[in-house]
Write a protein that binds this ligand. Structure first.
Ligand code: G3P
Ligand code: MG
Length: 248
């Protein structure tokens, strides 16, 4: 495996420009020149892997309550665009399979973040990996990540050849190195909005790529890069890409 993670990754697609985690968001990221997108994967009640961030439907759809209580048939009836802008009215929550179709069509790489509803850490990883093993074959352009160590342990068990990124909240647990080693993590994914320089320096010692979320501010991106952060998840691909790579 020689994983090729770009320095800028479209967070939830291109979340500043289109409704997050939708096919339109992936297409927008591709149109903006993204090489990779990050998407959140969770399960419907009847175990269909879908692309969705929150545990509840309310913020980004016209549905209500927990995703984990709804079968795919009912999820399909929901509308996931007009909360963002009327110009996206009518678009749907995509399945993982639909999202991968669009990713392959646009020749993108992908970071699938396993985002289980509470209690579904193993099931979500299993369903996602079962499906991915049938539709994906490019280990160089796939990173599986999660805040859930159980989900990552399942990924290690089922698909050890696919790279894993371990996601940490603002404060890294004391045993973060042991966790990363146990999970055989390829990348360390940190909250770049709050991370301290000494933490980045400690991670650099591990000689693993450091990915920072969610960076929409150019000055912050430049500072983190100067500390040694390798890649940035951003809602705003254009601003961060230009801020990092165009002369200023
Ligand atoms: O994977 C990076 C980032 O997406 C983690 O946070 O809440 O946006 O999924 P969140
Ligand atoms: Mg995410």
């Amino acid at each position: 495996m020689s994983l090729k993670i770009p320095s800028v990754i479209g967070h939830r697609g291109a979340a500043a420009y289109a409704p997050e985690n939708t096919l339109d968001s992936i297409r927008t990221a591709a149109d903006m020149g993204a090489k990779w997108v990050e998407l959140d994967v969770k399960l419907t009640k009847d175990f269909v892997p879908i692309i969705f961030h929150d545990d509840d439907l309310d913020r980004t759809t016209n549905g209500h309550g927990p995703v984990a209580n709804m079968n795919f048939e009912d999820i399909q009836d929901l509308e996931a665009g007009s909360w963002f802008s009327e110009s996206f009215a009518g678009i749907k929550i995509p399945t993982l399979e639909e999202a991968i179709d669009v990713i392959l069509h646009h020749n993108l790489g992908v970071n699938l973040e396993i985002k289980p509803c509470p209690g579904r850490e193993k099931d979500t990883a299993e369903a996602m990996l079962d499906l991915m093993s049938q539709i994906w074959d490019d280990a160089d352009r796939l990173l599986i990540s999660s805040f859930s160590f159980v989900s990552l342990e399942t990924a290690l068990d089922m698909a050890p050849e696919w790279a894993r990124g371990v996601l940490f909240e603002s404060d890294l647990p004391e045993n973060w190195k042991e966790i990363a080693q146990y999970l055989e993590a390829t990348t360390i994914n940190i909250d770049g909005r709050t991370v301290k320089r000494e933490t980045v320096e400690e991670i650099i010692d591990l000689e693993k790529p450091i990915l920072a979320y969610t960076i929409n501010d150019v000055h912050l991106a430049r500072r983190l890069r100067s500390w040694g952060v390798d890649s940035f998840f951003t809602d705003d691909l254009e601003t961060i890409h230009d801020g990092l790579f165009k002369a200023h």
